[in-house]
Design a protein around this ligand. Structure first.
Ligand SMILES: Nc1ncnc2c1ncn2[C@@H]1O[C@H](COP(=O)(O)OP(=O)(O)O)[C@@H](O)[C@H]1O
Ligand SMILES: [Mg+2]
Length: 222
């Protein structure tokens, strides 16, 4: 389903090239769930950005759903990203002027959509336990609630790949577990690939497959 072959990434900076990833390989199938740990600056976000079609690799091949998405033209690539990939970041990145429902619907504002999308948004909001908050604005929500909205938004297009970059990094422990449980439940139903970057060994250990970024390489640790 998703294959990464010999992915490398070197950033060019004023001080010279900054090599971040070297020979990263991954083979994932629908339904896989994995965690990635590793020190700050080890390239975890860089890897997610490459897999999520946000920033190109310097070399290597990515194949996803039978397509090599980094070889697509920009417009096709944007469409591919929008329909197949969901993101949850450490910061919820909600639009402050939009309600919970509107935020969840934002990925459907571009590209095709059908009439079921509003029902689906309401269902996801229900699953996230936020139905009483559906017309509230982000400023009226707690950190955990905002992150649950971000998860509903990431899943509205039923992506085959859900990339979460330290999604619980700003939350207290109890809230972090609630958010994680919601992610795991919804992902299981969607049967996509769930990839989560975390600094918490306890959270990382919940996943069937565990990886660590070390010395520019992605090592499987469990
Ligand atoms: N756009 C960029 N330009 C130059 N260097 C970058 C850029 N983005 C990240 N880096 C560097 O790449 C390394 C890995 O960053 P990142 O992937 O964000 O690590 P992590 O998510 O594991 O903390 C860091 O040394 C960082 O400073
Ligand atoms: Mg990071």
């Amino acid at each position: 389903m998703l294959q990464a072959r010999a992915i490398s990434k070197t950033y060019e900076s004023a001080a010279g090239p900054v090599p971040v990833l070297e020979d990263v390989n991954l083979d994932l199938n629908l339904g896989d769930a994995l965690s990635i740990m590793g020190p700050s600056g080890s390239g975890k976000s860089t890897l997610l950005q490459i897999l999520g079609l946000l920033d190109p690799p310097t070399s290597g091949q990515l194949s996803f759903d039978g397509v090599e998405p980094w070889k697509l033209k920009e417009a096709e690539q944007a469409r591919f990203r929008n329909t197949r990939i969901g993101f949850v970041f450490q910061d919820h990145c909600l639009l402050p002027q939009c309600t919970v429902l509107e935020n969840v619907l934002t990925p459907t504002l571009v590209g095709e959509r059908d009439d079921t999308v509003i029902d689906r948004a309401k269902e996801l909001i229900e699953r996230a336990g936020l139905t009483p908050r559906i017309d509230h604005f982000p400023a009226q929500l707690s950190g955990g609630e905002k992150q649950r909205v971000a998860i509903a938004r990431a899943l509205i297009r039923q992506p085959k790949l859900l990339l979460c970059d330290e999604p619980t990094g700003n939350l207290d422990e109890a809230t972090a577990w609630q958010v994680l449980t919601l992610l795991a439940e919804l992902q299981k139903e969607m049967r996509g690939i769930l990839m989560i970057v975390t600094h918490s060994p306890a959270i990382a250990a919940e996943f069937p497959r565990q990886f660590t970024m070390r010395g520019r390489h992605l090592e499987r640790t469990a």
